[in-house]
Design a protein around this ligand. Structure first.
Ligand code: HEC
Length: 301
């Protein structure tokens, strides 16, 4: 009897062990993460009608032109042959499966703050999409930025991979908003200006950039009344993330317009959480837009 019991418990242990090893892919949970990440829009060459996530989208920067990679599950030209570990390492540490260092134009500093579970769900979703065979295009960078060694230096000097830990003194929705904003949606990667080494300027976090991604202006989204979005309330911001329409009736375009096509798929609570977090940021005075003449813009009826 004792022997049988022993045998049975060994079998249960073995089963539990195997279950813990094999991960069940969860592309449905991953789809939410994909939307929160703005649909990984930089990887689709929309302007030239390029296929979904197959790369090739040019991203001009002061350092030269980056071309986003093919992140479809094609095994030869995309990421189809990547293991879970390869994917997590790329997203967290900016290091590819062959040990190559990615340039920080790929916002791994933000993604490194994501939980492993969310990263794996995102991989599951990407792997559920159609594979597209399309070779990656080499970046066209100016010297000395073209040296991949620089990416290594950058990584060692400036990258600190640490998932976000909740702040117990804040509400659950604020913490959720912080996680989505700082990690998954990587809002700062576009809304924070960079120094000459391409490092985000923490003194101007979310305060807008005259030359943001694609050389275009990104507005100051800190709650400063004059130069940011201090005049907006939480509903205004949720509405803008859902519809692209801002309080003065304008519609957001460019990379933001593309991201909104995905943010609008998020549950209301997530958008409210993002808005709660953004509006709790310290207001920073940073005039990135041309000041409009008072008489025409602020017309009082
Ligand atoms: C890929 C780059 C990118 C990302 C990521 C991004 N934005 Fe933007 N955002 C922009 C650009 C570019 C504009 C300006 C669009 C325009 O003028 O049509 C903009 C505009 C805005 C505006 C309008 C501000 C105003 O004064 O009109 C808000 C608010 C905003 N973004 C919030 C966010 C939030 C919140 C996130 C993260 C959830 C985010 N953005 C992520 C690029 C980005």
């Amino acid at each position: 009897m004792k022997h049988r019991l022993f045998g049975l418990s060994c079998l249960i242990c073995l089963l539990l062990f195997t279950c813990a090893q094999a991960r069940t892919p969860n592309p449905i949970a991953g789809e939410q993460i994909f939307h929160a990440a703005g649909g990984c829009g930089c990887h689709t060459d929309v302007e030239n009608g390029g296929p979904l996530l197959a790369g090739g989208r040019p991203l001009p920067t002061p350092f030269g032109v980056f071309y986003a990679n093919n992140i479809t599950p094609d095994p030869t030209t995309g990421i189809g042959s990547w293991s879970d570990e390869d994917f997590v390492r790329a997203m967290r540490e900016g290091i590819g499966p062959e040990g190559q260092h990615y340039f920080p134009s790929f916002p791994y500093p933000a993604f490194s703050k994501m939980s492993e579970e969310d990263l794996l769900h995102l991989k599951d979703y990407l792997f559920s999409l159609p594979p597209i065979q399309q070779n990656n295009q080499p970046h066209e960078l100016q010297f000395p930025f073209n040296l991949r060694l620089n990416a290594w230096f950058w990584n060692v000097l400036f990258h600190d991979a640490k998932p976000i830990t909740p702040d117990p003194s804040r509400s659950a929705s604020w913490n959720r908003g912080r996680y989505l904003t700082e990690a998954v949606a990587h809002c700062a990667e576009c809304h924070t200006p960079r120094n000459q080494l391409g490092v985000l300027r923490s003194d101007l976090a979310y305060a807008g950039a005259k030359e943001g991604p694609e050389g275009k202006l990104t507005p100051n989204i800190t709650p400063d009344k004059e130069t940011g979005i201090g005049g907006w309330n939480q509903d205004d911001l949720v509405y803008a993330l859902q519809t692209g329409m801002v309080p003065n009736g304008d519609f957001l375009g460019n990379l933001m317009g593309m991201a909104i096509e995905h943010y609008q798929e998020l549950p209301d609570e997530d958008l409210e959480a993002i808005a709660e977090y953004i509006l709790s940021l310290p207001p920073i005075v940073n005039q990135v837009r041309e000041k409009k003449a008072k008489s025409t813009d602020d017309f009082d009826w």
